[in-house]
Design a protein around this ligand. Structure first.
Ligand code: SF4
Length: 116
C-alpha cells in the first residue's frame, strides 16, 4: 500500500482546487452568456410588441372628415401623450389651421388688389 506523503497530498489538493476553480469559472461564463442570450430575446420580443403597438396607433380615426387630415392626421403623437396622456387621442389644431387659412386668404386678397 502506498501512503502519500504531505507533498503528494498538497499537490492533489491543489490540483483539485484548480479543477474546481476552472469548473466554477466555466459555469460563470456559461451563465453570463445564457443571461445575455435571454435578455436579448426578451429585448427583441419587447421591441416587436412596441412596434405592433405603434403600428396600431390611429388617432386620426377620431377626426372624421376633417379638411386638414392630409397635413395633420390627428397631430403629434408625442404631444398627445404629454398633453392628453394618451398617444391614441388626437391633439387638435383645427382653430390654428383655420385662422392660418383666413390670414392667408386676406394676404392673397390684399396682394391681388395691389396688382389690379
Ligand atoms: S385638425 Fe383636428 S380634427 Fe383635423 S386632422 Fe388635425 S387633429 Fe384631426
Amino acid at each position: 500500500m502506498i501512503v502519500p506523503d504531505d507533498r503528494t497530498q498538497a499537490n492533489a489538493r491543489l490540483t483539485a482546487m484548480q479543477i474546481g476553480l476552472s469548473v466554477l469559472f466555466f459555469l460563470l461564463v456559461v451563465s453570463f452568456w445564457a443571461i445575455q442570450v435571454l435578455q436579448h430575446d426578451r429585448y427583441l420580443e419587447e421591441a416587436e410588441s412596441n412596434r405592433r403597438k405603434f403600428d396600431s396607433l390611429d388617432p386620426w380615426k377620431a377626426c372624421g372628415d376633417c379638411a386638414y387630415m392630409p397635413t395633420c392626421a390627428g397631430g403629434c403623437l408625442t404631444a398627445s401623450y404629454s398633453q392628453l396622456g394618451d398617444v391614441n387621442t388626437p391633439t387638435c389644431h383645427k382653430p390654428t389651421f383655420e385662422s392660418a387659412v383666413i390670414a392667408l386668404a386676406h394676404r392673397v386678397s390684399a396682394q391681388q388688389e395691389t396688382v389690379q
